[in-house]
Structures are given as structure tokens and as C-alpha cells.
Design a protein around this ligand. Structure first.
Ligand code: NAP
Length: 301
């Protein structure tokens, strides 16, 4: 599959976007890079442009960073000092089949794409992306556990909270490293799966009882479940690694008060493996651009 003849605007982003750019360029798309003027080397067919210079009437797809925009429409650009702001007016210039790709969204981005009647794809809501991303997330979690403890993972008792896409990968990896892993969940099917994996299941409503003997607590539930009552029952040497999206699921104030080390660890894939994290996005994006853009563009012409 090639992207020859497609014009794609890549607006802002971090090191992960460099892999996306490489992949799309390899597939022969013409790329307008906005917010990348400090980037030294660009491939042929790739043009560094200012937002005002881009002819959006010819843009088939817009790729935003993992974070999308902020609530005022500003896009993070780490390779530029310029302020880049995506507006409804810009999106309205694009052809009707133009698709906007972002990691996550917010009310601003939802609203401008809805008003302009353009398709918005939130890559991080996709199961495939979440599962692939759990791989570098696990490696980052292992790194943090090693850096912040004086004991081996092997032989330690680790409680993992949540058996979603991240929780399952984390549980399996710590199990294979020789930890005694127990996993907290609330659904009976999750309890059954944990048992099947050879790990110790417990119901999250029993969390305060289950933390009495743990060395490491890894939370993936984006709700305040590691609350003061739970932290109060933990041994003082326990390390809490909270992977859930900001603000996490831990009462960090109380953990600090009790002298328990608690770390909020967001965006691990972008930190420990930006290249892999970018490749994950690049691979999914090329498939999606084929489905969303090439087919719809073909239908219109
Ligand atoms: P997921 O597949 O939706 O898993 C979330 C888990 O939390 C599920 O097991 C879910 O159980 C449980 N859960 C949600 N609300 C709950 C509640 N109120 N009480 C008890 N359990 C609850 O999500 P994921 O892809 O694994 O991601 C988990 C979190 O990690 C998200 O916040 C995500 O943004 C974040 N994340 C962080 C990193 C990083 O680098 N730190 C990387 C990737 C993802 P049910 O099925 O019972 O609802």
C-alpha cells in the first residue's frame, strides 16, 4: 500500500512524530510539517511550512500530536518556538473527506471538528494502539521499579490494580520476572482470567486488606482507589507506581505524609521508547489513512 498523491499536514508533536513522518514519507505521501522548523534534516517530499502557508484546500489528512490540542486549540510543538493554533476556520478549508488524527481529544477539538463536520480519529481509544503501547509502558514500569527500590523484582510481592490493556501486560511481565503477583479487579471475568494466568486474584473492594504484605503497588485504574485508607495499611517500604492517566488513582498527599514513595508515571512509551511508540502510531495511521481517506477520496472523485 502506498500513499502516493496524498497531501498530509503533520502539526506539532514530539519525537514520536518523527517516526510517523518517516513512515508516511517512505510511503510517498507529500507532507507539510507545521511546528518543525528546528528539525535539521527532512526527506524529499517533506516541507517545513508555517500554518499560514499551508494550502488546506489540498490537505487530505491532518495529524496532530498524541495530546491533540489544548482547550484553546494550541498544539504542542517541541521542534519550534512558534505558537500553532488549530481552528475551525482552518479545518473548514479542507476537503470534506479530510480526516483528523489525534491521540486523545478534548471538548475544544471535539467541537471544532464536529462543527466543521470532519472525521476525528482518537488513536489512543483504539484497542490495537492501547495493546501495542502497553509494551513500552511495561518496560518503563520495570525501569521505575528497579530505579526506586533496593530489592529485586524477583521474589517481591506486587499488587497490580486493574486488568485492562496495561494491567494485563504489566501483570504478565512482573510474573515472568519472578515476582509474586496479585491482581485486583472488579469483574468476575477478570477474576477468572487472573486465576487462569496463574496469578492471585482479589476483588478491588478488598484492596485495603490485600496491601498489607506488598512491596510494590502498580495502579492502572483511572479512579482514586489507592486512597488514604489503603495507603495506611501498606508497609512503609512499599513503592507505588501509578500508571493511570493524570491525576492518577493515588492519594499522593497522604502517601507523602506517611513517607511512602508514590510516583505518577504518565506517558512512559514516549519517554522510554519514542521510536517504538512512533512506529506503533505510524503503522496504525497508514492503515487508517488507507481506510478513511483514500477510499472516501476515491468515492468523491
Ligand atoms: P483499560 O483497558 O480501560 O483498563 C482500565 C482498568 O481499570 C480496567 O481493568 C477497568 O476495569 C478498571 N477500572 C476503571 N474504572 C474503575 C473503577 N471505578 N473501579 C475499579 N476498576 C476500574 O485502560 P488501559 O489501556 O489499561 O489504561 C489504563 C490507564 O493507564 C489509563 O488511564 C491510561 O490512560 C493509562 N496509560 C498510561 C500509560 C503510561 O505510560 N503511564 C500508558 C498507557 C496507558 P473494568 O473493566 O471493570 O471497568
Amino acid at each position: 500500500m502506498m500513499l502516493t498523491g496524498l497531501q498530509i499536514a503533520v502539526i506539532g508533536g514530539d519525537a514520536r512524530q518523527l517516526e510517523v513522518i518517516r513512515k508516511l514519507s517512505e510511503l510517498d505521501a507529500r507532507l507539510s510539517l507545521i511546528g518543525f522548523e528546528q528539525l535539521d534534516h527532512v526527506y524529499s517530499g517533506v516541507f517545513k511550512e508555517k500554518l499560514s502557508e499551508v494550502n488546506f484546500h489540498e490537505i487530505d489528512a491532518i495529524i496532530l500530536p498524541v495530546t491533540g490540542t489544548n482547550l484553546e486549540g494550541q498544539v504542542d510543538t517541541i521542534f519550534s518556538n512558534e505558537e500553532v493554533r488549530l481552528t475551525e476556520e482552518i479545518i473548514l478549508k479542507t476537503p470534506s473527506y479530510c480526516t483528523i488524527y489525534s491521540g486523545i481529544s478534548n471538548p475544544y477539538l471535539d467541537s471544532i471538528t464536529q462543527k466543521a463536520n470532519r472525521k476525528l480519529v482518537k488513536l489512543f481509544e483504539r484497542n490495537d494502539v492501547a495493546i501495542y503501547n502497553s509494551i513500552p509502558t511495561v518496560e518503563g514500569t520495570i525501569m521505575m521499579a528497579i530505579q526506586h527500590t533496593e530489592f529485586t523484582i524477583h521474589g517481591s510481592t506486587v499488587a497490580i490494580l486493574g486488568l485492562g490493556r496495561v494491567g494485563m501486560s504489566v501483570a504478565r511481565a512482573f510474573h515472568h520476572l519472578g515476582a509474586k503477583v496479585k491482581v485486583g479487579a472488579r469483574k468476575t471475568e477478570h477474576i477468572a482470567r487472573i486465576e487462569e494466568m496463574g496469578l492471585k486474584p482479589f476483588h478491588l473492594k478488598e484492596l485495603d486488606k490485600e496491601v498489607k504484605d506488598i512491596d510494590i503497588c502498580i495502579n492502572t485504574v483511572p479512579q482514586l482507589i489507592v486512597n488514604a485508607a489503603v495507603i495506611q495499611k501498606m508497609p512503609t517500604h512499599t513503592l507505588i507506581i501509578d500508571l493511570a492517566s493524570k491525576p492518577g488513582g493515588t492519594d499522593f498527599r497522604y502517601a507523602e505524609k506517611r513517607g511512602i514513595k508514590a510516583l505518577l508515571a504518565p506517558s512512559l512509551p514516549g519517554i522510554v521508547a519514542p521510536k517504538t511508540a512512533g512506529q506503533i502510531l505510524g503503522n496504525v495511521l497508514t492503515q487508517l489513512i488507507d481506510e478513511d481517506v483514500i477510499k472516501r477520496k476515491g468515492n468523491e472523485q
